[in-house]
Design a binder for this molecule. Structure first.
Ligand code: AMP
Length: 279
């Protein structure tokens, strides 16, 4: 496996791949990789000749009071995981390689207004900008994103359609710990008590999915899930929304396909989880 720190290095490798007719799969990440990222890399490996993993803590998707400085990083461990999963290239640029200020941004406002977008102003502008750059740098045929970040996935799909990027966006299921907690690099912030408390998210997710299956209405569903979360004294709901999976607009009645998404603070750590339901 190769590592690259500059856009030029990636471009040169990509040029060779394209000349040989190889397909390219891209897995964009912010590093501190776990099995959730691993599932994306595995799928990319199965479906492409050349697999690029980007490992970049993207500063412009963090708000001024967010955890950019403390965001966990372990590049050596990331390299080992990528290598063990058969990735061909890990792209690990410095922020100065990606952004020369002032720089162009890509914004998709409609789908960014609700859910995490309303709580993290500018976040999705940062995501769309970096992902657009990664698409252009990697010339990927396919790009892999986790359903864990459901709003991000919907936004990237819309951006690709609207801006005619020539890449297939592939959504991959949420990978969970054995006890149900969705894997996340931010889980490392949790102390032992918070780690236990964080199970209220997945408990609410599983109960919510079951309730929709049994025909529960939107407001009852939201109060059932909220109750499960607020039973946990360390938990504070940031949002809990029932929306259309594609346009992310709030639903008053359940219709397909529905996305139930939430962000919950466990102490100071903000965790997200979701499920979607197709009848
Ligand atoms: P991140 O490094 O957190 O920006 O995540 C990089 C990619 O991995 C995103 O597409 C995420 O949705 C995906 N991802 C993160 N955690 C998980 C998980 N538990 N299961 C599946 N995909 C995930």
């Amino acid at each position: 496996m190769k590592t690259a720190k500059t856009v030029e290095e990636v471009r040169n490798l990509v040029k060779h791949c394209k000349a040989e007719g190889k397909s390219i799969g891209l897995v964009p990440t912010m590093g501190f990789l776990h099995k959730g990222h691993g599932s994306l890399i595995k799928k990319a490996r199965e479906e492409n000749d050349f697999v690029i993993v980007s490992d970049f803590v993207n500063p412009i998707q963090f708000g001024p009071n967010e955890d950019l400085e403390s965001y966990p990083r372990d590049f050596d461990a990331d390299c080992k995981l990528c290598e063990s999963l058969g990735a061909d290239l890990i792209f690990h640029p410095e922020p100065s390689e990606m952004y020369q200020n002032p720089h162009t941004t890509v914004d998709i406002s409609l789908l960014s207004d609700g859910l995490c977008g309303s709580k993290r102003p500018g976040h999705f502008k940062g995501v769309c900008t970096v992902v657009s750059k990664l698409f252009n740098i990697s010339k990927a045929d396919r790009a892999y994103f986790g359903q864990k970040d459901a709003q991000q996935l919907a936004i990237i799909k819309k951006m690709v359609k609207d801006l005619n990027f020539d890449v297939e966006v592939i959504g991959c299921p949420i990978v969970r710990e054995e006890d149900g907690l969705a894997m996340s690099s931010r889980n490392t912030y949790l102390n032992e008590a918070e780690r236990k408390a964080a199970l209220c998210l997945s408990k609410a997710i599983f109960a919510g999915k079951d309730a929709i299956h049994k025909g529960m209405k939107v407001c009852e569903l939201q109060s059932l899930m909220s109750r499960i979360i607020t039973c946990e004294p360390m938990a504070k709901i940031d949002y809990l929304s029932v929306v259309d999976l594609e346009n992310l607009q709030p639903l008053e009645e359940i219709h397909e396909p529905v996305l139930v998404a939430m962000a919950v603070y466990i102490g100071k750590t903000r965790l997200i989880d979701n499920f979607f339901y197709e009848f």
